[in-house]
Ligand binder design. Structure first.
Ligand code: GTP
Ligand code: MG
Length: 326
């Protein structure tokens, strides 16, 4: 056994030896690789573990009859996909569990999460998909996690207000920059070729712990102009309603309720469109025939008086009810 292995590694190795299922074995092996420091003394061990891991993964896939990519990608559902990012142990999985129906593993040691896990969180009548990821560190982040980040609509960047949250955030910015992923505050800005711009909400978690409020004030002072932010406690359920609300806002979408003349709209099933969409965009979502046949629409909602006639280029607002006339 090479020297200089951190205590977390020893702990994880113990979990590996005690693991009963192949999935547990794979997860703990992955964790061991992630924790292991990179230096000459660990090269051999690392190679060994990699081989072991690869063999186990192949075996597991053969049993499942699925492919490995299925395990490491997430099918998009709902009004938008939100990636949960953060350093180890900050409470990403706990937050997913608090907000959604998912039951991820939550534990007081780092590198607990080794697979993407999705859960749906409701904001009013909208379902938003959260994707929990393994931790982001300078030493090691699962490469597939960056693929999920690139395809996500927005990020929740989780910081632990009881730890060094400034260096947590700086590390995240640095690692993402190396992957050509840049966090944005509100607007999308000029997208350069090959750079992924992601609107992000910074979440100060563990708001229930001592000193959290002061620390959050410091965080706001330092980064408040760059990012929207909110303090929550996944454990105590503090501010989760506010978080849902901000998530929806950051997604930058609107809800439209199409109706047929003489019928009521279905207010439980909005059509989700990007902000800036028009009546015509809604028509496209409903049926391709509508695009050609649409003569005009009547609208009930925030922008106009009830039932007013609007043209196909009319800009929709969140909550509009639209009656299509063909
Ligand atoms: N006091 C307090 N503890 C929390 C809170 N959120 C999470 N924790 C605890 O922090 C520890 C880590 O939580 P996880 O949700 O597993 O953290 P994670 O970010 O998913 O960790 P990795 O998957 O290892 O990256 C657990 O012991 C949680 O119970 C919180 O709001 N307050
Ligand atoms: Mg986790």
């Amino acid at each position: 056994m090479p020297a200089n292995l951190p205590p977390e590694y020893i702990q994880t190795e113990k979990r590996f030896r005690e693991a009963k299922t192949p999935a547990e074995k794979i997860a703990t092996l992955e964790a061991m690789l992630a924790i292991m420091p990179h230096h000459k003394g660990t090269d051999k061990l690392r190679a060994n573990l990699r081989r072991k891991l690869s063999k186990m993964r192949d075996e597991q896939e053969r049993k499942r009859g699925g492919s490995r990519t299925d395990l490491y990608s997430v099918k998009r559902e709902g009004a938008g996909q939100v990636a949960l990012l953060g350093a180890p142990n900050v409470g990403k999985s706990h937050l997913l569990a608090a907000l959604s129906n998912a039951e991820p593993e939550v534990a007081d040691y780092p590198f607990t999460t080794q697979r993407p896990q999705a859960g749906m969180v409701a904001f009013e009548n909208v379902q938003i998909q959260l994707v929990d990821l393994p931790p982001l560190t300078e030493e090691h982040t699962e490469p597939w996690a960056f693929n999920i980040m690139r395809s996500a609509d927005i990020f929740l960047v989780i910081l632990d207000l009881s730890q060094d949250f400034v260096s947590e955030l700086e590390t995240i910015l640095k690692v993402l920059h190396g992957q050509r992923i840049v966090l944005l505050a509100g607007e999308d800005g000029d997208a350069e070729l090959g750079i992924f711009h992601k609107r992000s909400l910074v979440v100060g978690n563990k708001g229930d712990l001592e000193g959290a409020e002061e620390n959050f004030a410091v965080l706001k002072e330092l980064y408040g102009e760059r990012f929207p932010m909110i303090m929550v406690s996944a454990k105590e359920g503090l501010n989760l309603e506010g978080l849902r609300n901000q998530l929806y806002t950051l997604l930058d979408v609107l809800r439209a309720y199409p109706k047929r003349p003489g019928h009521e709209p279905d207010l439980s099933a909005p059509v989700i469109l990007k902000q800036g969409s028009t009546v015509l965009d809604l028509a496209k979502e409903i049926h391709k025939d509508f695009v050609v046949k649409l003569r005009y629409a009547r609208i009930w909602g925030s922008g106009k008086f009830d039932g007013q006639r609007v043209q196909r280029d009319y800009l929709l607002q969140d909550g509009d009810i639209i009656e299509m006339h063909i």
